[in-house]
Design a binder for this molecule. Structure first.
Ligand code: BES
Ligand code: ZN
Length: 971
C-alpha cells in the first residue's frame, strides 16, 4: 500500500511501506483511503486523498527542511468498505522519519512586546537605513532566551534591562535565517515582569517592493530620485525592524523618522513634533503620535516628495490624498470616496474609526493594488489617481472599489485582526464583500451588486472546482506559504459566502452581528468561529454549523433538480447535492454542505417563493401556486455559492425565458455560467452552450454581456488549438454585432455608467474577433490621436491600441512605444503595455517580452505585459519559452513575491494538451519556485481540463459552427 499525502501548498509526498517513494516511482497497487494526517503537529485532514495513477511529484529535499516527521493515521476508508467495517480493523499508523530539522514554529508566548519605540533614519541616496528601538517587554514565564523575527538586518548594541535599569547579560546571539528569527540567549533567567530590549540595527532599502523599499520617481527638475516606502504584509516588518512579526502579537508604536527637511514624512499617526537634528542641519527629527495597539504588518512609513489634497470627513477625520508632485488634482476622486466612506462605515459597523487622520498615498512602485496600513493606506498609482481626461470609466470604478476595500480593512483587519494567516479570509473575503456595500452606497448607478457575480462569484467557483483548490481556512506555517493564499478563494469565495450568509440572515441581523463582533473583539484577534458566534447571536440562526462546511471544506456543491407538476398549481421538486468537480468525476469523500437554497417562480422572479437550508444529500420541495406553463428558477440573484443542474426539459423552459427576457439579468447570467461549468465537466455539450449563447443576441445588460464575452474568450483560447478558431470569431462577430452597432462609438450625454462599460466591452471584443468595421474605425481614430488632432476618449483607448496592433505593422508598434514613453499617467502606460502583446508578428512579440523585462517597465507591471503576450496561442508559446529560458532572471527578480504567482498562472493555464501539462509539471519540479506550488498544480490541472474538453467536443463544435456560418452566408 502506498499513500500520497497532500501537504499544505499542494506539495505531495508519497509514502509506501513506511518509506518515501523514489522520484518517478510508479505505484503498482493502491487503495483509496481517507486519512487523518498530522504533520509536525498540524492536522491536515480533509484535503487528503490517495492518488491512483501518478508518477509521483514531490520534493523530499524540500520537505526534509520543513518537517522532521510525517505521520499518517488511517481513520476511515471511503471506497470499497463501509466506514464501520474498516474501523473494526483498528487504526493503522504510518511513521516516516525524515531528516531531523526543526519544523516551523510560531514565536513563543513567554515573552511578548507591549510597546515599541522605534527611530529610523533612511538614506535615500545610498539606499540604506539605520535605526534603533526600545521594546517594552512583558515576560510571562521565567525564560532564559528571547526569540523574535529579524531578517536581513545587522543588529548591534543589544541590551536587556529591567525597570530599574539593571541589565542582563546576553551570552549568545543565534540567527536562524531560514526561519527569519533571532534568539538572544541570556546568562540568567528572566523572572516574570517588565523589561526593555534595546538595540540598534542597519539594513538596505531594497528594490523588491517589500519591507522598507525604494520607489523611483523623476523630480520636477528631471532628476531620478527615490522615495522610501514600506510594505509589511504579510511578514516583512521584520526586514525593517526586529519585532514579533505575527498578527496576534499586538503592541503600541511610537515611531520617529530622521529625514531631509524638504521631504514629506508620513506614518500611521499624525506628527507630534519636528525638531532639528543636531548632527546634520539638512535633516530633522519627525516624531509621530502613539498608535493604538496593533499588529506589526500594519505599521507603515513613507518618505518622499508629494502634493496632497485634503478634506475633513463629516465625522471629523482629516483625510488626505498624497499624489506625485504636480498631480494633486488626480487625488480628488479618491478623496471624495474616502471622506464619504469613513462615516458610512462608522454608521454601518457601529464603531468609530479610531485614528485622527487617514492618509492615502499613491506610490509609483507597488506590488499589490493597495495596502490597508492603519491610517496610512498605500496604493499603486493606477488604483488611486483619476485624471478626468485620461481615466477610463472602468478604472474610475476600480478606484472606488479599492478605496472602499482598504478602508473596510481599517475595521475588519486593523481593529479586529485574524489570529493567524489561516484566517486571512476574515480580512480579505470580508473586505471584498464590504467594498461592494460601500460602492453601492456611494455610486448606486454602478449597480455593483450585479457586477459582483461576474467579478467575484464566478472566478471563485471556477477555481474551487479544481481538485487542487484549497479550503478557505488553510493551514499555514512558514511565511513562504502565505503569499499564495491571497487568491480567488480567500477573496472571492470568502466574499461570496459572506454574501450568501448576509442574504440568509438579512441585513438587520447582519449589521447587528457585525457590531457585536467588532465591539467584542476590538484591538484583539479572532478565529473564524468568533465571527460565526457573533452573527449567530444576532440572528438566532445556526450560522456556525452552516458556515463551517463552507470554510473548512474545499469545493462547493452542484444541486441537481428534477420536477413534476401535480394538478394545476403544485410542483414537486427533487433536489440532490454533490461536490462539483471540474473534471466531471465523483467526489470520493462524498462531501456535503448545508446549503441555503432559494427558489423563485416566473410569477415573482425576484422574490423567492421558497427559502430553506438543504442539509442532507437530497430533499423534496413543494412549490405552490405555480401553473403547468410557469417556470421556476433556483438561486435567484445567484446568491448561493453553488451550481445548478436542471433536467433538460426544465432548462429548455428557462432558455425560452431568456429569449423573452422574462428572466432577471443575474439569472440569465447564472444559467449561462452554470451551463458552461457543466460543459467543462463534460456533463453537457459545448454545442448546447453555443446554442444558449445565441439566445443572448438581444441582451441589453452589461453584466450579462460580460459573462457572454468571457465564455466566448474561453472558447476562443481553446479553439485556437483547432482549425475552428476563425469560425468561432465569426460566430462571435454575429452575436455581438447587433448590440455593438446599436451602441456605436459616440457616447450620449447623460448616458448610464453601465452603458459606457458595455460599449467598451463590446468594441474591445469585436476587435479581438477581427471585425473589419471596428478595426477600420479604430485605425482612423488612432491616426488622428497620433497626429495630435483628436484624442481617443479614455474608454476606447485600450480597444483602439489593440485593434491597430492586430493587423499592425512595425510602424504602429513604434507609434505605441513612442506614446508609452511620453505618457506620464501610469494608467496610460499600463494600457499601452497590455496592448503590445496583441500584435501577431513573432519577431515583435519577442521584442515585447524583452521590453517587459527592460528598465522601461517597472517590475510591478512586467507581469501585465507578459500576460498580454501569453493571451494568444502564438504568444503563449513564446512567453512560456522566454520564461523558461530566463528563469534565473525571473526567479531573482520576483522570488517570494506574489507577482510571480500571478505570472505563473497567466503563462500556463491556457495551454490545452497533455504534453504541455507534463512539461509544466516537470519544469517546476526542476525549478522550485517558492510559494507557487499550489498554483502550478492548479495550472497543470486546468491544462488537462482544457485538453479533455477539446478531445470531447472540438469536432462537434466545428460542425456546428460551420453550419452556422454557412447559414449566415446564405442569408
Ligand atoms: N491586504 C491586501 C494587500 C496585500 C495583498 C498585501 C497581497 C500582501 C499580499 C489589500 O487589502 C488588498 O486586498 N488589495 C487588493 C485590492 C483589492 C481592491 C482587491 C490588491 O492589492 O489587489
Ligand atoms: Zn484586502
Amino acid at each position: 500500500m502506498a499513500i500520497l499525502f497532500y501537504l499544505s501548498r499542494g506539495i505531495r509526498l508519497a509514502l509506501a511501506q513506511n518509506r518515501i517513494l523514489a522520484s518517478g516511482e510508479l505505484l503498482q497497487s493502491f487503495k483509496l483511503y481517507r486519512y487523518r494526517v498530522v504533520v509536525s503537529g498540524l492536522v491536515l485532514s480533509n484535503q487528503l486523498a490517495v492518488c491512483p495513477f501518478t508518477t509521483l511529484a514531490y520534493r523530499p529535499v524540500y520537505l526534509c527542511q520543513r518537517f522532521s516527521q510525517i505521520r499518517g493515521f488511517v481513520t476511515g476508508r471511503s471506497e470499497t468498505k463501509a466506514r464501520s467495517e474498516f474501523e473494526q480493523q483498528g487504526k493503522e499508523e504510518l511513521n516516516c522519519k525524515m531528516l531531523p530539522v526543526k519544523p516551523f514554529e510560531r514565536l513563543p508566548k513567554t515573552v511578548v512586546p507591549v510597546h515599541y519605540d522605534i527611530t529610523i533614519k533612511p538614506d535615500l541616496v545610498k539606499l540604506v537605513f539605520e535605526g534603533h528601538e526600545s521594546v517594552t517587554l512583558k515576560v510571562v514565564e521565567p525564560v532564559d532566551q528571547i526569540i523574535l523575527n529579524s531578517l536581513e538586518l545587522e543588529l548591534e548594541n543589544i541590551r536587556i534591562a529591567d525597570e530599574s535599569g539593571q541589565e542582563t547579560n546576553i551570552s549568545n546571539i543565534v540567527l536562524d535565517v531560514e526561519n527569519e528569527k533571532v534568539t538572544f540567549k541570556l546568562d540568567s533567567m528572566l523572572q516574570p515582569g517588565q523589561y526593555y530590549l534595546k538595540l540598534a540595527f542597519k539594513g538596505a532599502i531594497i528594490d523588491k517592493l517589500k519591507g522598507f523599499y525604494c520607489s523611483k520617481y523623476v523630480s520636477a527638475d528631471g532628476e531620478e530620485r527615490y522615495s522610501g516606502v514600506t510594505q509589511f504584509e504579510p511578514t516583512d516588518a521584520r526586514r525593517a525592524f526586529p519585532c514579533w512579526d505575527e498578527p496576534a502579537v499586538k503592541a503600541t508604536f511610537d515611531i520617529t523618522l530622521v529625514v531631509p527637511k524638504d521631504r514629506v514624512a508620513l506614518c500611521n499617526m499624525p506628527v507630534v513634533s519636528e525638531l532639528p537634528y543636531e548632527a546634520d542641519p539638512n535633516l530633522h527629527v519627525v516624531k509621530f503620535d502613539r498608535t493604538p495597539i496593533m499588529s506589526t504588518y500594519l505599521v507603515a512609513f513613507v518618505v518622499g516628495e508629494f502634493d496632497y489634497v485634503e478634506e475633513r470627513s463629516t465625522d471629523g477625520v482629516l483625510v488626505r490624498v498624497y499624489t506625485p508632485v504636480g498631480k494633486k488634482e488626480q487625488g480628488r476622486f479618491g478623496l471624495y470616496v474616502a471622506a464619504k466612506v469613513l462615516p458610512y462605515y462608522k454608521e454601518y459597523f457601529g464603531v468609530e474609526y479610531p485614528l485622527p487622520k487617514m492618509d492615502l498615498v499613491a506610490v509609483a512602485d507597488f506590488a499589490a493594488g493597495a495596502m490597508e496600513n492603519w491610517g496610512l493606506v498605500t496604493y499603486r498609482e493606477t488604483c488611486l489617481l483619476v485624471d478626468d481626461q485620461n481615466t477610463s470609466t472602468q478604472r474610475r470604478q476600480w478606484v472606488a472599489i479599492v478605496v472602499g476595500h482598504e478602508l473596510a480593512h481599517q475595521w475588519f483587519g486593523n481593529l479586529v485582526t485574524m489570529e493567524w494567516w489561516t484566517h486571512l479570509w476574515l480580512n480579505e473575503g470580508y473586505a471584498t464583500f464590504v467594498e461592494s456595500l460601500c460602492v453601492d452606497h456611494l455610486f448606486p448607478e454602478f449597480k455593483i451588486w450585479t457586477q459582483f457575480v461576474t467579478d467575484t462569484s464566478t472566478p471563485a467557483l471556477d477555481l474551487d472546482s479544481l481538485k487542487n483548490s484549497h479550503p478557505i481556512e488553510v493551514p499555514i506555517g512558514h511565511p513562504d506559504e502565505i503569499d499564495e493564499i491571497f487568491d480567488d478563494i480567500s477573496y472571492h469565495k470568502g466574499a461570496a459566502i459572506i454574501r450568501m450568509l448576509h442574504n440568509y440572515i438579512g441585513d438587520d441581523d447582519f449589521r447587528r452581528g457585525m457590531k457585536l463582533y467588532l465591539t467584542r473583539h476590538k484591538y484583539g484577534n479572532t478565529f473564524t468561529e468568533d465571527l460565526w458566534a457573533a452573527l449567530s447571536e444576532a440572528s438566532s440562526k445556526p450560522v456556525g454549523s452552516i458556515m463551517s462546511g463552507w470554510t473548512k471544506q474545499m469545493g462547493f456543491p452542484v444541486i441537481r433538480v428534477t420536477a413534476r407538476q401535480e394538478g394545476d398549481d403544485k410542483r414537486i421538486l427533487q433536489l440532490s447535492q454533490q461536490r462539483f468537480l471540474a473534471d466531471g468525476t465523483k467526489d470520493e469523500n462524498n462531501t456535503m454542505w448545508m446549503v441555503p437554497i432559494e427558489i423563485a417562480t416566473s410569477r415573482s422572479p425576484t422574490t423567492p417563493s421558497k427559502s430553506f437550508v438543504l442539509e442532507g444529500e437530497t430533499a423534496e420541495v413543494v412549490l405552490d401556486d405555480i401553473r403547468p406553463d410557469d417556470c421556476f428558477q433556483m438561486n435567484p440573484g445567484q446568491v448561493g455559492f453553488y451550481r445548478t443542474c436542471y433536467e433538460p426539459d426544465l432548462l429548455k423552459q428557462l432558455v425560452s425565458a431568456i429569449d423573452h427576457q422574462t428572466l432577471p439579468p443575474l439569472d440569465r447570467l447564472g444559467l449561462l455560467d452554470d451551463l458552461f461549468a457543466l460543459v467543462q465537466a463534460g456533463h453537457s455539450s459545448t454545442v448546447e452552450a453555443l446554442t444558449l449563447l445565441e439566445a443572448f443576441a438581444n441582451e441589453d445588460q452589461y453584466t450579462v454581456w460580460n459573462r457572454v464575452c468571457s465564455a466566448l474568450s474561453k472558447l476562443s483560447h481553446l479553439l485556437a488549438y483547432t482549425e475552428h478558431h476563425e469560425l468561432l470569431k465569426s460566430f462571435g462577430r454575429r452575436l455581438l454585432g447587433g448590440m455593438t452597432r446599436k451602441l456605436g462609438w459616440e457616447s450620449k450625454p447623460d448616458e448610464e455608467h453601465l452603458t459606457k462599460l458595455l460599449r467598451s466591452l463590446l468594441l474591445g471584443r469585436m476587435a479581438m474577433f477581427d471585425d473589419p468595421e471596428v478595426i477600420a474605425e479604430a485605425e482612423r481614430r488612432f491616426d488622428l490621436h497620433i497626429k495630435g488632432q483628436e484624442q481617443v476618449p479614455a474608454d476606447f483607448r485600450s480597444t483602439v491600441y489593440k485593434a491597430v496592433l492586430r493587423t499592425g505593422s512595425r510602424s504602429k508598434y513604434d507609434d505605441l512605444l513612442r506614446i508609452y514613453r511620453e505618457a506620464t499617467l501610469h494608467e496610460e502606460k499600463d494600457r499601452i503595455a497590455s496592448a503590445l502583446g496583441t500584435i501577431k508578428n513573432e519577431e515583435i512579440l519577442k521584442e515585447v517580452l524583452a521590453f517587459a523585462m527592460s528598465n522601461e517597465v517597472r517590475s510591478q507591471d512586467t507581469v501585465f505585459v507578459i500576460s498580454s503576450v501569453a493571451s494568444s496561442k502564438l504568444g503563449r508559446e513564446l512567453a512560456w519559452n522566454y520564461f523558461k529560458d530566463n528563469w534565473d532572471l525571473f526567479n531573482e527578480r520576483f522570488k517570494g513575491a506574489f507577482l510571480l504567482v500571478r505570472l505563473v498562472k497567466s503563462l500556463t493555464e491556457n495551454f490545452a494538451s497533455e504534453e504541455k501539462a507534463i512539461e509544466i509539471d516537470n519544469f517546476f519540479k526542476e525549478h522550485h519556485c517558492v510559494g507557487t506550488e499550489r498554483t502550478v498544480q492548479q495550472s497543470v490541472e486546468s491544462v488537462r481540463l482544457n485538453a479533455a474538453w477539446l478531445g470531447r467536443d472540438a469536432e462537434a463544435v466545428g460542425i456546428y459552427l460551420t453550419s452556422k456560418t454557412n447559414a449566415a452566408v446564405s442569408q
